[in-house]
Design a protein around this ligand. Structure first.
Ligand code: AHM
Ligand code: MG
Length: 337
């Protein structure tokens, strides 16, 4: 009789990976596990969002007379709470907070890591039951252990990330992450409440058939981006790529990662520098893209991961996905601007 093979959980997988580094002390392992715990709490709330009419809408009081928090604020609070209590993290930068958050107690000051996070990305999709995500990025602190962290810890280039990933709250919930040893995906099994290994060593196709961009802004894009989009549509009725745009970067990126494609959020006439934030949106996605064999640039030949951040909420144009497609759009921008 053969024994039943249990699915490998996120915890088991991270511990196994840690044993590849004989001197690792397990801090990063614990930190990643804590992120998984916060993700499960947020997932529970995201799943209940469709019941808002019954349970009470955000910004109002529910039937028990309690204030109902907006989902993105709730997610932010959960991640901060879990990471504060983890002891591995001394500070955090979040899309939801203007300044860096420093965890001011003796326990957290010993934390070796800082985290940059977008607790709930895809804000326009939160209330309408469309996939949304959490994006995170982990750095080793620069300031001395035992002191309070500051902006220097947060303003590090993406090449310094020790881990990054996202959680996608979709038709199923997945956590996808990298520590620089390839990209691995876990799917939440609600029956046991665990993220189980489902996508080992994700490698994105070198070239794909999907392009993802908000084409409603076509007239606001530079001539090079416009020419590339014309090219994506093909020369005749027998050619062209497929357009896919959800408006939640995590979901758009995730689909293209698995199937092959390009995700773009360029500068527009109204928003020079684009919309996406370097620290907690572009950098973690870029780390994952490169680890899966893809690329991530600003469209002008600059690798996202090498950009030196100057401000916590700095924006950056982003072109990421299958290597050949990113190289292709770069060529059009170089030629036409
Ligand atoms: P958010 O952080 O306010 O949610 O904005 C980021 C999101 C991305 O997930 C998504 O790809 C993009 O904004 C969509 O923007 P737009 O509506 O301009 O296409
Ligand atoms: Mg966001």
């Amino acid at each position: 009789m053969t024994a039943n093979i249990q699915p490998q959980t996120l915890n088991e997988f991270i511990i196994l990976q840690q044993t590849a580094f004989p001197y690792a002390k397990g801090d990063l392992t614990r930190l990643l596990n804590h992120i998984g715990v916060a993700a499960k709490i947020v997932n529970r709330e995201v799943n209940a969002a469709g019941l808002a009419d019954i349970l009470g809408k955000a910004g109002k009081t529910n039937i028990q007379g309690e204030d109902v928090m907006k989902l993105d604020e709730f997610a932010n609070e959960q991640f901060i709470r879990v990471l504060t209590s983890s002891g591995e993290v001394c500070g955090l930068a979040s899309e939801e907070n203007h300044d860096i958050i420093t965890f001011n107690n003796n326990f957290t000051k010993e934390g070796k890591y800082v985290v940059c996070i977008d607790p709930l990305d895809g804000s326009s999709n939160i209330d309408v039951n469309v996939s949304i995500g959490t994006i995170f990025s982990i750095y080793r602190r620069i300031t001395e252990i035992g002191t309070l962290p500051d902006d220097r810890d947060i303003l590090q280039p993406g090449t310094k990330q020790v881990a990054a990933g996202y959680v996608i709250y979709g038709s199923s919930t997945m956590l996808v992450y990298t520590t620089g040893l390839g990209v691995t995906g876990f799917t939440l099994d609600p029956s046991i409440g665990e993220f189980c290994l489902s996508h080992y060593n994700i490698v994105t196709p070198e070239k794909g058939n999907l392009y993802s961009i908000n084409e409603g802004y076509y007239k606001q894009f530079s001539p090079g981006v416009q020419k590339y989009l014309d090219h994506c549509k093909g020369k005749d009725e027998n050619s062209g790529y497929s357009a896919r745009y959800i408006g939640s970067m995590v979901a758009d990126f995730h689909r293209n990662l698995l199937k092959g494609g390009i995700y773009m959020y360029p500068s527009t006439k109204k928003q020079e520098g684009g919309k996406l934030r370097l620290l907690y949106e572009a950098n973690p996605i870029a780390f994952l893209a490169e680890q899966a064999g893809g690329l991530a640039t600003d469209g002008k030949g600059n690798r996202i991961l090498e950009i030196i951040p100057k401000a916590i909420h700095q924006r950056v144009p982003l072109f990421t996905g299958s290597k050949k497609m990113v190289e292709d759009v770069e060529g059009w921008i170089k030629k036409y601007g």
